[in-house]
Structures are given as C-alpha cells and as structure tokens.
Design a protein around this ligand. Structure first.
Ligand code: DP6
Length: 326
C-alpha cells in the first residue's frame, strides 16, 4: 500500500525528575547527561504532517505562527525520516498546543514527539518508538522521552550514543503532577542557548556533570522500588542543582518569579505537616508538584493560595505519543 503522506499525532509533555542540562555535541544534539521523566496526560500537542509532491521547502506553523528557528529543527527531523523513506517532498506541518508554548511547560518535548510520530505514519515507515525517539532527540533532547508513557529514561551509552526507553508504566505507580502557573509569557532564554551559556561560563557545570550519574541511578532505583520519599529527595536535589548551574551562568539564567519561590515554601510547609509531595522546576517559572493521588486536594489548595499563581493544572501520568485521526 502506498504511504498516505498525511497523518496526525498527539503527544504529551514530560517533566524531568532527574534533569537534562547541557550538551556533549551541539550539532548532533547529544545530551551531556541522562534524564528521567514522567509523561503527563493533562496537556497535549496535536500535529498534522502532510508531505506534498512539488513542495520544495517545509512549511511549519506552530499555534498558527511561523518561526524560522523552530522550522529548521523540524526540517532536520523530517530530513532523517524522508531519507529513510526515500522521498524528497516538502511537508506542511501544523502543530497546536492546548497550553502556553515556550513557558517552561515542555512544549518542545511534546511538539517533536508528535512531529516524528505523525511523519512516521505519513511516510508509512512504522519505525519502533525507540528509533523515533532518536529522531525526536535531534529536534529537542527532552522530546525523546515523550515517545513513552509513564516514567521514561534516557541514558548516555559507553559508545557515545543515547538509549531512550520506558522505565515504568503509568498504571504501575499512578502519581499525580499538580502544576502552578505563575506566568504564561515565553521565557527570555531558551534551553538551547541557556545550556551553551552554562557550559561556557558556570563554575558549577563540571560538578553538575560529575555528580549527575549517581543522581540518575538513584532516581531509577527509587522509581523501580516506588520509594516516594527517596525519589523526592533526589528529584529536588537534581532540580536545585540544575538551577544553581543556571544562576551561576553569565549572564545569569534566573527563571524564577517571586511566586515560584513562594510555591516551594508552601509545599515545604505541607510536607512538614505530613503530606507527601515534592517539587520540580524547569527552564521557566512554573512549579510542578508531584504527589500521591490522595494528596491532590491539599496540594492544589496550597498552590492556588499562593499570590501570583494564576492557574493550577492537575495531571495524571499519560501515554507516549500516538497516532490520531485527522
Ligand atoms: C530544563 O529538551 O528543551 O526542561 O535539547 O536544546 O531542545 P534542547 O533542550 P530541551 O531541554 C530541557 C531542559 C529542562 C530539563 C529536562 O527536561 O530534562
């Protein structure tokens, strides 16, 4: 059967519990560190890819807007898949998020995961998720993890490559993620530029790399053992260590707002009073609180009461990227 040349896919953002920050190779977009994440179900990117004979260059629209830098990254991923399919057609790509783009909510992760899933279907390639993850990684390192549901793991390999795959299914440990939105504005410095600046200027960058492997292996162990308290400790440590690297970058990468810090303090108060919850923050001002389902009402209420929090989103753990109608 000939390839349909058009397909739609949906992918969900993921949140790293052990963080990725820094690259070994900028051109191949190889991460300097591994990472461990949870894929969410509450937010989604929907992407339609249509390969058209006679179209020379790709046309990419993200939430209705064209953006040259994003288009280049999209074309780099599509080129790899076109080569596999032996096809030269340009593609029309339309991608929509149901959440703020570029504001520390992992829109590039869900975006590139949806892109490669749709393009794979449109080209009739049927590649396994592990291979699609390697293509998505070229677009955005964190996107490789959104190919998988629940807990996903990206590990650097001794041969210089990267292995990405599932660690634990969502139903095996159905944690919740409560997200406090403190600003919907796009960030000033994106992850890509921020990582390059940290590597070049932060005196903590080498220490971050040196100590990261132990955090990742501890994170893997605690997810496999479903040890909430131990995972909380390693996840908060990895997050704050990454932000220490960001803060000591020149010029500094200060992604937090006053409400970001106030959320952390509200969660600390909750935890001291016996509610099992921990936080993580990415390259943006939003706070993600991870908790057991029974703790959601208390966590929601505590975050919603923080001045500067404009919206609270409660999410379960979601599936990996999948093909959709349309
Ligand atoms: C802070 O995956 O957005 O969210 O590979 O340059 O596209 P690129 O970076 P990206 O970086 C994510 C950084 C982070 C931490 C994480 O998700 O692990």
């Amino acid at each position: 059967m000939p390839a349909p040349l058009t397909a739609t896919a949906i992918a969900h953002p993921n949140i790293a519990l052990v963080k990725y920050w820094g690259k070994r190779d900028d051109v191949a977009n190889l991460p300097a560190t591994g990472s461990l994440s949870v894929t969410l179900d509450a937010m989604r990117t929907r992407t339609r890819v249509c390969f058209e004979p006679g179209l020379g260059a790709d046309r990419v629209r993200l939430d209705g807007q064209e953006d040259a830098a994003t288009s280049r990254r999209v074309s780099a991923c599509l080129d790899l898949l076109r080569r596999r399919a032996g096809l030269a057609h340009g593609a029309v790509v339309e991608s929509d998020n149901d959440f703020p783009t570029g504001a520390g909510l992992a829109s590039s992760a869900s975006g590139f995961a949806a892109l490669v899933t749709a393009a794979d279907a449109a080209l009739g390639l049927g590649l396994p998720r592990e291979e699609l993850a390697q293509v998505a990684r070229i677009g955005s390192g964190s996107a490789a993890r959104s190919l998988f549901g629940g807990f996903a793991l990206l590990r650097n390999q001794p041969d210089g490559g990267v292995a990405v795959g599932p660690l634990l299914a969502p139903e095996a440990w159905p944690l919740r993620v409560v997200i406090a939105i403190t600003s919907a504005l796009p960030k000033d410095v994106g992850s890509r530029d921020g990582m390059a600046a940290s590597r070049a200027t932060s005196p903590y960058y080498e220490a971050w790399l040196r100590s990261h492997g132990a955090d990742l292996e501890a994170g893997v162990r605690h997810v496999q053992g479903r040890d909430f308290a131990a995972l909380a400790a390693v996840a908060e440590h990895s997050c704050l260590k990454m932000h220490a690297v960001m803060l000591t970058t020149q010029p500094p990468l200060l992604y937090w707002l006053p409400a970001t810090l106030a959320c952390l303090q509200a969660l600390q108060v909750l935890r001291r009073a016996g509610t099992p919850v921990f936080f993580t923050i990415d390259a943006g001002p939003q706070v993600k609180a991870i908790c057991e389902p029974a703790a959601v009402p208390a966590v929601r209420a505590a975050l919603a009461a923080v001045p500067g929090v404009t919206r609270v989103i409660d999410s379960g753990l979601g599936p990996g990227a999948y093909r959709a109608n349309g």
